[in-house]
Design a binder for this molecule. Structure first.
Ligand code: TXA
Ligand code: MG
Length: 349
């Protein structure tokens, strides 16, 4: 299959490009498109064949459910069998935007889309291209991140092409995604609203909006018996081919420990690099350094993370020693993705 790539300026959307993509979706095809978080791989959410095609293109296990994207609030009542008051409050505060809700599914949502679960994940994205595409298609759009299963999520069209060219019908290239990490997932089917995946909105934000919130214990711990409730959080994910080791401790100790480890790895003949915050770039002489962005501008770190993980592979790096980025608001999402990329390998400094 030849994958058509169409450039589209989010500030001046060309309706003919959107209509071409909408046509592909209406006939059961797959279109990758930009959102404010990461690129999604879209298909008609109510068409079991389109969901099956999404799983096949990504090489994704079919028990891992898809998020259904909508472009108006009334869709919520069509996709969910009941919508609690908390859902409307969250929608009012966070939609359109980087938030996904889990609700009991309506009968119209096929099991293929929800991976056999009785619940459905719904998100109303804010990106103008995503909104235009959903509206033009007249459908609800199931869209996982547009990467090959297990690779870092794509934050620009080039990443999508690397993973899925020849496997999907079309890519709408709307430039870089602003946020760079996937949406916050909040499960509203529990007594207490439960975060299944941290994102742009942290637990404290959700608590401020709903009065209560907790984080699924399954995503905080590793190799425990607690299984994460979002099936996708169980898989090794977001991972480059390079081995990543996160070094934690007081800043001075971390720098010293990283320099020691890098020397050992390099002496053993392995191509080694350091992932550090922008503030620390000058502290690692004679080492290949990747700056994640400045701690003082945490949104920069979120924005750059997946691109940086992909660059490790482009440069054929064997081992990366990384600082931790426990920033105030996005830190839990950043560290959740980095820990997964590192297979939870943490070295105390
Ligand atoms: O920002 C985002 O959410 C992006 C963009 C494209 O919208 N999408 C995305 O989709 O990250 P995906 O498929 O890569 O991640 C969806 C996550 C998976 O971990 C999946 O297991 C979980 O959501 N999920 C989906 N439906 C669920 C459900 N009914 N119950 C629990 N978890 C669910
Ligand atoms: Mg994904």
């Amino acid at each position: 299959m030849e994958t058509i790539v169409r450039r589209i300026d989010p500030r001046r959307i060309d309706p003919s490009a959107v209509e071409e993509a909408a046509c592909v979706l209406r006939r059961g095809g797959l279109v990758a498109f930009p959102t404010e978080t990461v690129y999604g791989l879209g298909g008609d959410a109510l068409d079991p064949g389109a969901s099956a095609a999404i799983y096949a293109a990504k090489g994704r296990p079919s028990d891992n459910p898809l998020i259904v994207h909508i472009a108006d609030l009334s869709a919520l009542e069509r996709l969910a069998s009941s919508v609690p008051d908390a859902a409307w409050r969250l929608a009012k505060a966070c939609w359109p935007g980087p938030l996904t809700m889990i609700l009991p599914k309506a009968a119209c949502v096929p099991d293929q889309t929800t991976g056999g679960l009785p619940t459905v994940a719904v998100r109303f994205p804010s990106h103008p291209v995503a909104r235009a595409l959903i509206e033009a298609s007249g459908r609800y759009i199931a869209a996982p991140s547009a990467n090959t299963s297990g690779r870092p999520s794509p934050t620009c069209a080039r990443h999508v092409e690397e993973d899925l060219s020849g496997r999907i019908d079309m890519i709408l290239d709307g430039g870089e995604c602003e946020i760079g990490l996937e949406s916050t997932i909040v499960d509203l089917t529990e007594d207490v609203p439960t975060i299944l995946r941290p994102g742009y909105y942290a637990e404290a934000d959700i608590r401020r909006i709903l009065g209560s919130a907790r984080t699924d214990p399954g995503i905080l711990r590793e190799d425990s018996n607690v299984r994460p409730k979002a099936p996708g959080m169980r898989y090794r994910h977001y991972a480059p081919r390079a081995k990543i080791v996160i070094v934690e401790g007081k800043p001075d100790d971390v720098v010293r420990a990283i320099l020691t480890e890098v020397r050992k790895e390099t002496a053993a003949g392995r191509k080694t690099a350091v992932l550090c915050c922008g503030e620390h770039e000058g502290l690692y002489p004679d080492v290949r350094i990747f700056s994640a962005g400045h701690l003082a501008r945490e949104e920069e770190i979120a924005h750059n993370l997946y691109t940086t993980l992909r660059r490790f592979d482009e440069e054929g790096i064997d081992t990366v020693y990384s600082e931790a980025f426990e920033t105030p608001s996005l830190g839990s999402a950043i560290m959740n993705r980095l820990l997964k990329a590192a297979g939870h390998t943490v070295l105390p400094a």
